[in-house]
Each structure stands twice: as C-alpha cells, then as structure tokens.
Write a protein that binds this ligand. Sequence first.
Ligand code: CU
Length: 471
Amino acid sequence: MTVSRRGFLGAGGLALAGASMISGRTQAASLPEAPTMTEATMQPPLYPKSGPDYQPVVTLNGWTLPWRQNGDWKEFHLVAEPVVRELAPGMKAHLWGYNGQSPGPTIEAVQGDKVRIFVTNKLPENTAVHWHGQLLPSGMDGVGGLTQPHIPPGKTFVYEFVLQKSGTFMYHPHSDEMVQMAMGMMGFFVVHPRDPAERRVDRDFVFLLNAFDIEAGSYVPKVNTMLDFNLWCWNSRVFPGIDPLVVRQGDKVRVRFGNLTMTNHPIHMHGYDFKVTGTDGGWVPEGAAWPEVSIDVAVGQMRAFEFVADAPGDWAIHCHKSHHTMNAMGHDVKTYIGVNMNKTAPAIKKIAPGYMPMGGAGMGEMGSMEMPLPDNTLPMMTGFAQFGPVEMGGMFSVVKVRPGLAADDYKDPGWYKHPEGTVAYEWTGEKLAEPARATSPDSGVKAAEFRAIDRRKRRVSSAKPGGHGNH
Ligand SMILES: [Cu+2]
C-alpha cells in the first residue's frame, strides 16, 4: 500500500511515528496522522484489526482511510487540499480532493461506532464537510454558515457523532459547493452492520460518479459549468483507466455507487440480473429488493445492488447514456452517416483546408484511429480488449468473473478465455442473396449531402462501410 505519512503544518509541526497511527493507544490532545495516497490504483481492502468483523469494501482506483482508536472513539483525519489525479493514462487533472487524491479516501466504520473526524483545510478558500445520509446532531451536519462556521484555510475542525445505522453514505463539501465538487471533492462513507452475518457479501465494490469539464490540452476543470461536462468519471477516472471489478465465480457481490454529478445515470450491468438492495436512505428489506439490469441513480443519490456471480466472463458495466461512455468530444461534429466522404471531403477541403473526413460510416472508426491530440487529452473513445477496440470511454468498466480466484485476489486476470464455440462468429457459408427491395418514392429528402451520393454506387458498395480508410 503506497500510503505516505506526513506531519502537519499549523499543528506545531507534530509528526507522529507511523506505528502509532492505528495502534489503539489513547493519544490525548494530538491530531491523528493523515495518511496520503500517491497512486490512482486500487488498494487492497483494509481488514479490521479490532472490533466487530466485517468484509471491507474495495474502492475502484481508491483506498480506505486508516484510523486510530482513541478510547471509545475511532479517529480519522481528512485533509482537504489540491491534488493531481490521473484520469486515465495520458491525462492528469489538477483537482481538489482529500489526502492526496480525488475522490478522498473511503471512510469505513461499524454501526454504533463513535467517530471523530478531523478535517484540516489546506485549500485556498473555506470549506466544510457534510456527511451525506448520516443521522447525526444538527451541528455536525457540515453545512457551512448554517450548522457551523466555515473552516478557514489552515484550520482544523472536528466532527463527532455516533454511527446510528449501517449502510451506504458519502461525504462532500457544503461550502462553495459548486466549485468544490466541480474540482473533485467527495468521498465514500460505508458503515458496516454490527452483526458480521448481516448483509454479508464476499466482495463489495464502491465508487462515486463525478464529472469534469476540462478543455482539451488543459489541466484544471472549469468550475462554472452547469450541465455540459465533458469527462464522465467513476472515482475521477475514465475508461480505460477505471479498475475492473474482479470477482471470483460463486461469490456474492455488492456494488455501491453515489452520484455527485449534475445529471442522472442509468447504471447497467451485462450478464446478470441483480437485486437493488440499498439506497443512501438504508437497506431495502430483503423481501422488497427488486430485480433490475439497469438502475438509475439521480443527482445526490446512492444505490447498492447485489448478485451471485455464477456466470464467468467479461461483463460490461457502464452508464447507459451513450455520451457518458465517451471522453471529451467536440459537440459541433456534424453527422455524416450515409454521406460518401470520398466525394464530399474534397469539396469541404477546398473551403476548410485542415478538414479531416470522418463519420461517413459512424464514429466507431475513431476507436482505432490515431489522431494527433493536444497534450494531456484523452481520445474520445478508446480502450482495447482481446477482439479489438472497445470504442468506449468515460463511465465504463468490466466485471471480470473467474473461477478459482483467492478470496482477496482483486488483480486484473486479463481477458476471459471463452470456451470453444461460445463466441459470436462470422458466417462463412452461402452468400446472402440480394433481396428484392421495395422502391420507395423519393420522400422529398433533398439535403445537399444526399444529392451528392451516386445512388447506383452506394447500392453496390453498401456492404463495405467507410471506404476512406483510417486517418
Ligand atoms: Cu451517465
């Protein structure tokens, strides 16, 4: 685990010895150390060393915040600060987050725990932390100005409350909220049941949906964007940078996510039907959990679903809004489907010399195109798998179900080896006879593009998409 340790400016320069961090010894009047994460890769689950047993969660491209026991209190330390986050190989963003990353570390504790969370503000402006979904005293709710003074830069505030129920929660700022969330400030908060047998699963994955608006070639998100974000992320990562959800065949699996973007996301998983078992309001009673293959998560909501991983394979999991499985794209790209670009492109090039013809047969070709991109910019759709380009970006990952994995093995097992005879294949038998086509009267479509097409030729070459090669 690449957690580095550090002391605190503004706390008397006190740097605690690493071993004391989660020692369970009382350390009166001292700040707990705030570990920081330097990598955007998934860290192993953090198993409890004391207290009730539980199956810890795994945070996609993330980690769980270590704590220390201080008497009755479980103490955590969050540091709000500027961070550099790799969104996917090839692009880094200058964000705000907690303890070295955006999102911040996942907080995990047990129902009934008394938690004391120190929040140090290393941002250039005020902040405050709201514990979304937790039942707590009003003054601990973290709404700057309403329930507490904002935390000024350089100061540390303390939140103390008792975890009244188990479930799926998150934390985020309630202070200059639009800017601070657009910059990536948020984190997951999981409360495990006190009874280890209650709602037990073998694997438990968590992630937050977030969105950024970062112009091609730049590093800092625009903070006044309201709806038109261009990077749709899970835990501040985009495909192919999002960790796969690695699952042992036969495991009982839970996936939990929360939505801190400004639009809803129908999250769809292939290969299974699952049961929706939880929201940020609590667990769905077992008899009332309902089946789905997609579950919409509205703005500011959280969802948990569960399934038994009995079908091995590589199963896509993604947002079903198709523009959310793309990386930053130009909105002003025209639609050219059906246009013979061989003929049209030279004409366009006369008036726009740098014009690059594409899209005559759809945009899928862009997945395999190598186009010059500005520095620090990801291709719109990318990611390769064993059969070629996946033609996806953004909110997309793969649930990789494999037999025989060790219980704690979350390592990417590579691509699924399909049993012989179970993969869609090309028909190589007798050729399809050209069917007789009804002749429809010209319906009055008189667009210039359509007139540009040599209709006779289009008919003959219609089985050969594109025709203008890759650029
Ligand atoms: Cu979406």
